[in-house]
Design a protein around this ligand. Structure first.
Ligand code: FES
Ligand SMILES: [Fe+2]
Length: 437
C-alpha cells in the first residue's frame, strides 16, 4: 500500500497523507514522475493570432517560447540559448521573425534555425550549428496546445480520454471558434498546488466558503429556487481527469443578471446552437462544468464565463496561478461586458470568490505544520453512492489515484457507480461531430 493514499472500498474511506502537501522530496518527485510524463497545457492557439507572434511562459518550471512561425505553424521552443544558456527571448509577448541572444549575439529564426553567429569564421567550416531545442512532443486539441517532455507518452487524444468531450462542450460555444482574450490574471497562493486542483472542482465548499458571493448574486437576481439548480454529476474521465457538471441551465444562474437585450441575444445564440448541435448537446452545454485535466489544467465553464487556469508549483507551500478568459468572438459588446464583469467579480484575484478560496487553501497549508499529529485528509464523500453529484469528491479521488500511480506504481481500480445517463450523456448530433478546429 502506498504511503500517500488509503483507498478502502469496504468502509468506504479515502484518505490522502498530508506529507504529500509539505515534503520537498515529494515536489522533486512530482517534477520527475508527474510533470515529466504528462501532457501539459502551454496556451491557446488564439493567443498567437498572426504569423511571427510569440509569447514566453513557464511550463513545468521550464522557460518556453510559444510561437507561430513565419509559415503559420504553432511551435514551442525551450527558451535557452544553445550556446551557453542565456534566456533567448525576454519579452512576455511580441511579433518577430528572429530572436537574437543578448549574451553573445547568436540569432535564430522562428523555425528554430541558427541563422547568424558574430565572428562566425572562428568556428571553422565543420562547426555543427545548433538549433533551438523543443520539448519532445507538441500537439493541440480544439485550440488547446499541450506539450510533453516524455518522447514515449501516448498521443494527446488518447491521453485526454473522455475529457475531450468536455473540451468540445466548451469549444462549441461559438460557431466561429472560441478565443482567448489578451491579458490574464496572475496570482500566487501560499499553499501546495494540489490544494487548488482539488478546490477547482469542489462543489461541496461553494455555499460555505462563498456565502458572500452567493448573497450578492441573490441580491441582484432575487431568490433562486434551489430546484432550478437541478441535478449535477461528478465524473471520472479516465487517466486522472475529472469533471463536475451541472444540469441544463444551471450555468445560466451564476453571475449578475443579464440586461434584457443581452438575454435575448444569449437565447438567440443558444437557439442557433440547438440547430447546429441538437438539443441534447446544448442542454449539457448550458449546465456548466468544472474540468480538471491531469495534472494542472483547469477549465471552469459557467457559461456566463469560461476560464482556463494553469497551476504551477514553485515550492511545496507556494504556487503560481495564471487564468485566461476564453470567449466567443461573435457576441455583442453588452454580453462581453457582462462576461468580463463575471471574470473580475467571481474569478478575479481581488473578486468575490477567489480570495475565499485562497484563504481556505492557505489555512490548510498552515495547519499542515501539524501533519505528524494529524497526518490524513479525508476525501471519501460520495464513495458509496450509486450516483455521484458535484458536491461529492469522486473527481478528486480520480485525480489522486492517477497521482498515486505515477508516484508509487500502485494502480488502484476506478470506482463503481451507475453509468452516466440522462442529460449528462447527451451527444452532439452526427452531422456536427467533427471538431471545427
Ligand atoms: S549564450 Fe546566447 S549567444 Fe552566447
Ligand atoms: Fe471556490
Amino acid at each position: 500500500m502506498s504511503e500517500y493514499v488509503i483507498d478502502d472500498r469496504e468502509m468506504p474511506r479515502f484518505r490522502v497523507n498530508r506529507k504529500a502537501m509539505i515534503a520537498p522530496e515529494v515536489l522533486a518527485e512530482e517534477r520527475d514522475l508527474i510533470f515529466d510524463h504528462s501532457w501539459l497545457f502551454v496556451g491557446h492557439e488564439t493567443e498567437l493570432r498572426k504569423p511571427n507572434d510569440f509569447r514566453t511562459r513557464r511550463v513545468a518550471g521550464r522557460p518556453v517560447i510559444f510561437a507561430r512561425d513565419s509559415a503559420g505553424a504553432v511551435r514551442v521552443w525551450i527558451n535557452s540559448c544553445p550556446h551557453r544558456g542565456a534566456m533567448l527571448c525576454r519579452e512576455p509577448a511580441g511579433n518577430g521573425r528572429f530572436m537574437t541572444c543578448m549574451y553573445h549575439g547568436w540569432s535564430f529564426n522562428n523555425a528554430g534555425r541558427l541563422v547568424s553567429v558574430p565572428d562566425d569564421a572562428s568556428y571553422g567550416p565543420g562547426f555543427d550549428r545548433p538549433g533551438l531545442a523543443s520539448p519532445a512532443k507538441v500537439d493541440s486539441y480544439r485550440g488547446f496546445v499541450f506539450l510533453s517532455f516524455d518522447p514515449d507518452i501516448v498521443d494527446l487524444p488518447t491521453y485526454l480520454a473522455d475529457a475531450k468531450e468536455y473540451l468540445d462542450l466548451v469549444a462549441d460555444q461559438s460557431l466561429s471558434g472560441m478565443e482567448v482574450l489578451p491579458g490574464a490574471h496572475e496570482y500566487s497562493v501560499k499553499a501546495n498546488w494540489k490544494l487548488l486542483v482539488e478546490n477547482s472542482y469542489d462543489g461541496y465548499h461553494a455555499t460555505s466558503a462563498h456565502q458572500r458571493y452567493l448573497e450578492m448574486v441573490l441580491a441582484a437576481r432575487g431568490a433562486i429556487d434551489p430546484k432550478a439548480l437541478g441535478d449535477s454529476r461528478g465524473v471520472d474521465l479516465g487517466n486522472g481527469h475529472g469533471v463536475v457538471a451541472g444540469g441544463p441551465s444551471t450555468g445560466l444562474l451564476f453571475g449578475r443578471p443579464l440586461s434584457p437585450e443581452a438575454e435575448v441575444e444569449r437565447d438567440g445564440r443558444l437557439a442557433r446552437f440547438r440547430e447546429a448541435y441538437g438539443d441534447a448537446w446544448v442542454d449539457r452545454m448550458t449546465g456548466g462544468r468544472n474540468l480538471v485535466i491531469f495534472p494542472n489544467l483547469v477549465v471552469i465553464d459557467l457559461v456566463m464565463g469560461v476560464i482556463i487556469r494553469k497551476i504551477d508549483p514553485v515550492t511545496p507551500d507556494y504556487m503560481e496561478v495564471t487564468a485566461w478568459q476564453l470567449v466567443p468572438p461573435d457576441e455583442s459588446a453588452d454580453l462581453r461586458r457582462q462576461r468580463l464583469d463575471n471574470f473580475l467579480t467571481f474569478w478575479g484575484p481581488g473578486g468575490l470568490a477567489t480570495p475565499d478560496d485562497v484563504e481556505a487553501l492557505e489555512t490548510c497549508q498552515k495547519s499542515f505544520a501539524s501533519a505528524r499529529e494529524l497526518p490524513w485528509s479525508d476525501i471519501s464523500r460520495g464513495m458509496n453512492k450509486p450516483v455521484v453529484s458535484a458536491n461529492d469528491e469522486l473527481q478528486m479521488r480520480t485525480w489522486w489515484r492517477r497521482w498515486n500511480e505515477l508516484m508509487t506504481g500502485e494502480k488502484l481500480p476506478p470506482e463503481n457507480h451507475d453509468p452516466i445517463d440522462g442529460v449528462f450523456a447527451g451527444r452532439r448530433t452526427a452531422s456536427q461531430m467533427e471538431p471545427t478546429a
